[in-house]
Design a protein around this ligand. Structure first.
Ligand code: M6R
Length: 312
C-alpha cells in the first residue's frame, strides 16, 4: 500500500534493474528470482559501485529498485541518481526496526520480504498472477514470519551439530537458483564476522575450477532446497564428498537426501521453495556469529567495517 508509484506506470514496466551493496545486493539477487518467476519481467542486478560506471541502458519502461538498509550508502544513492532525476519516485520501507550490529541480518530478511511483496504486486499488475493466486502468495509470505520464529528456536540443535567445526578456517558455500544468493550472503557473514576465507559458488560451477581447492581441510556448506534442483544438488554434494571435504548441509525437515552424504545436517522447516531463502539464511547468520564468538571477536563491531558506508 505504501508504494506511491502509479499502478498504470508499473503495468508498462518491461525491465527491472536492482542495485545495492553487500547484503542489500544479495537481497536483490533473491529478488531477481522472485520477480522473474512471479511477474515474468526480466531483471538485472548489479552492485551499485559497478552499475553507475557501466553506462547502463535504461528507458522509460525500466523500473530501477535501489535497496539500502541505511538509505545512506553513497554508491547506491549516486547510482540511483544516475537513473532518475530525484533519488526515487516511490519508497518501500522495510520496517525492520533499528539494527545495531554492523552485520545486516534482520534487515536482509525484511528486504527479501519486501521484494517478495513487490514481485507479487508486479505479477498481479502484469496479469501473470490471477488475483486469487496473488492473494495466496501474499498469505504464504505473511505466514513466513511465524516459520522464521520457529526456525530460530532451533539454534541449540544447530549448535550441537556444528560445535566441532567452529575453529575451521576455510569454508565454501554452495547453492543453486534462489539459494545461490543465500550462499553468497552466508559467505559474507562469515567473512565479515570471523575474518576467515569463505567463498560462495553456484553449485554447478564448482567443477569449472574451484573444486581444485577442495581437500580435507575445507568445509562445504551446501544449501539443499526442496525444489526441482534437489537431485542436481545432491550430485554436487557427492562431487565434494569425493574430494574429502567436510559437508555441512542445510536441508528441510524430512529430506533424507543428505543423510548419507553430509557430515552434519542443519534442518529448517519445509516451506514453499520460493520463500526458502528466508529460512535457509538463518542458520548461516547464526553460525557466522558463533564462529566470531568462538574466536573472541566483537559481534556487533567487526574490524575495518562501519554500519553505513558513505564514501566511494
Ligand atoms: O545500508 P545499506 O544496505 O545500503 O548497506 C549496504 C552494505 O554496506 C551492507 O549491506 C553490508 O554489506 C552489511 N552491513 C554486511 O552485513
Amino acid at each position: 500500500d505504501q508504494l506511491s508509484i502509479d499502478p498504470y506506470e508499473l503495468q508498462r514496466i518491461r525491465k527491472v534493474v536492482i542495485i545495492g551493496c553487500g547484503t542489500s545486493y544479495h537481497a536483490g539477487l533473491v529478488g531477481r528470482y522472485l520477480i522473474e518467476h512471479l511477474a515474468r519481467i526480466p531483471v538485472e542486478v548489479d552492485v551499485a559501485s559497478e552499475y553507475r560506471y557501466r553506462d547502463p541502458i535504461l528507458d522509460a519502461d525500466t523500473l530501477v529498485v535501489g535497496i539500502s538498509q541505511s538509505g545512506e550508502s553513497l554508491e547506491t544513492i549516486t547510482a540511483l541518481r544516475e537513473c532518475v532525476a530525484s533519488v526515487a519516485d516511490g519508497v518501500l520501507y522495510t520496517r525492520a526496526g533499528p539494527e545495531i550490529s554492523v552485520a545486516s541480518t534482520k534487515t536482509h530478511l525484511a528486504q527479501v520480504g519486501a521484494l517478495g511483496m513487490l514481485a507479487i504486486y508486479l505479477g498481479e499488475l502484469k496479469g501473470v498472477l490471477y488475483p486469487d493466486e496473488a492473494s495466496r502468495r501474499r498469505q504464504e509470505l505473511i505466514a513466513m514470519a511465524e516459520l522464521l520464529r520457529a526456525t530460530l528456536d532451533r539454534q541449540s540443535q544447530w549448535r550441537a551439530g556444528i560445535g566441532d567445526y567452529l575453529s575451521r578456517e576455510h569454508f565454501f558455500f554452495i547453492g543453486r537458483n534462489l539459494l545461490y544468493p543465500v550462499a553468497m550472503e552466508g559467505a559474507l557473514k562469515m567473512k565479515e564476522l570471523s575474518y576467515i576465507a569463505a567463498e560462495a559458488y553456484p553449485a554447478g560451477e564448482l567443477k569449472h575450477g574451484p573444486i581444485a581447492m577442495l581437500d580435507e581441510q575445507a568445509v562445504v556448506v551446501a544449501l539443499l532446497g526442496d525444489d526441482r534442483l534437489h537431485e542436481k544438488m545432491l550430485g554436487n554434494i557427492e562431487e565434494v564428498r569425493a574430494r574429502g571435504a567436510t559437508i555441512l548441509a542445510v536441508a528441510t525437515d524430512g529430506d533424507a537426501g543428505p543423510d548419507e552424504l553430509a557430515d552434519i545436517v542443519l534442518r529448517v522447516p519445509k516451506s514453499e521453495a520460493l520463500w526458502s531463502p528466508l529460512l535457509m539464511v538463518l542458520p548461516l547468520q547464526v553460525m557466522a556469529g558463533w564462529m566470531a564468538q568462538a574466536r573472541g571477536y566483537d559481534l556487533d563491531k567487526p574490524r575495518n567495517l562501519a554500519k553505513t558506508v558513505t564514501v566511494e
